[in-house]
Ligand binder design. Sequence first.
Ligand SMILES: Cc1cc2nc3c(=O)[nH]c(=O)nc-3n(C[C@H](O)[C@H](O)[C@H](O)COP(=O)(O)OP(=O)(O)OC[C@H]3O[C@@H](n4cnc5c(N)ncnc54)[C@H](O)[C@@H]3O)c2cc1C
Length: 454
Amino acid sequence: MYDPLLDESLASNAPYPSSYWADVAGVPPKDDGQLNKDITVDVAIIGAGYTGLSTALHLARDHGIKATVLEANRTAWGASGRNAGFILKSSGRKPYASMQSQWGEEVMRGIYQEMCAGVDTVKSLIAEGIDCDPQESGYIRVAHKPDMLKSLLATAALQKKMFGYDIQEITREQLHQNYMADNNAYGAIRYQDGFGINPLKLAWGYQKLAQKAGVTIHCDTSVEKCYQESSHKTTQQSQTTQILHTPSGIVKAKKVVIATNGYSAKNFHPLIKSKSLPVLSQIIVTQPLTPAQLAACNFLTSNVIMDTRALKYYYRKLPDNRILFGGRGAITGKNAADPYYANRLLAVLKTSFPALGSLRYDYAWSGWLCMSLDDMPHVYQNEQQSVFYAMGYCGSGVSFSVQAGKRLAQKVAGVTVPNLPIYQTPLATFPFAPLRRVGQWGYFQYGKIKDRWL
Ligand SMILES: Cc1cc2nc3c(=O)[nH]c(=O)nc-3n(C[C@H](O)[C@H](O)[C@H](O)COP(=O)(O)OP(=O)(O)OC[C@H]3O[C@@H](n4cnc5c(N)ncnc54)[C@H](O)[C@@H]3O)c2cc1C
């Protein structure tokens, strides 16, 4: 599998992974095909995931700028078509309490507002007619140890006080009786407003809306090189053009948006070099549960569910009664397809629901998350305001990437965006960048010990 930390380019026109989503989503919408000539555009966007599509959509709708999207493979071929489909009011991994102590209450509230706006924007776009199988609302965070319930309740108390957030506290008994009898859960908190969707259908819906608004989307068009050329008109005036090389055409653009997140190839652009850590997340989707299996687990809920481990597991019941179960994957792309990782998830699922002893999985796939050094996404640009990016969602970007795209569109159009660190500061460079994988391995070892013993 493509490994963004090691590979300098990614494949072109690769098929979707054999995921559950690709199997049930139906026929993809048509795009504008591979770019096969040289073109000059105002704005070129690299990557047709949620970030790229949202930037293009908002540029066209809100600012009258019809961008050209260049995608190496196909729409949502990256994380946007592979994720678990949890729509959550959050991005990054930084807790609100540490935002408050680092930046103060106003900034913390400002970031919370942006997370809320992300979910609102996704909901309003879905309401325009995107058929993406939304499920009932509810996001359950389960304590994987009795002690963790205390910390969940403290988080809930802070969020209730700060944001008036509607959060329900659930005992182990109530959880088992009213939601699902997860053997590994010692109580939970439940947010009323998260929900599950089919992520690939969602992306295809964004694609159609963007195309309707006048956006051009060239799939099978990998950007191999992207650099700046300066032309000196007079001694005072110099103009810069961004040059993008693709296999069958060169694009000249006034501005470029990098929307490649966890799929950004090694050394792709100096603006994002060594600024993220791509980490694999693995998903399995089981066979459909029979009525007897559902009853044995009392699996009543279709809420989206995540636990409190350092190395988190997440799951949800899909509309056809299969269980999607996810967690960490291999460390390198080379090992991504090793069935060990899918089998490990199945084994953990069975410790949560021992009645599912004979259950198998029908689908297994993985995809790259994009971790940032400060655990927050960043939407930023170069000094000349000609190259922009949004990335670093740390595994939680289904809703916020859409808000990031909206803010990116504003930046590209020269509109002021909120004065928040996520919009006003660049992604930090990883120290000892070549050793990022060693750090990740160390974190996995620490996580295993913490989750088991601490
Ligand atoms: C297994 C998994 C589960 C997840 N579950 C959730 C979840 O439930 N909830 C949640 O909020 N988040 C989740 N996430 C994270 C979420 O999917 C991402 O944050 C989000 O999809 C990022 O969107 P994006 O458009 O920025 O990047 P991507 O969707 O990764 O898109 C990047 C695109 O850029 C293209 N590209 C890269 N380089 C080039 C190039 N040189 N030229 C042209 N094209 C290029 C790639 O082909 C790719 O299609 C999950 C991620 C994974 C992998």
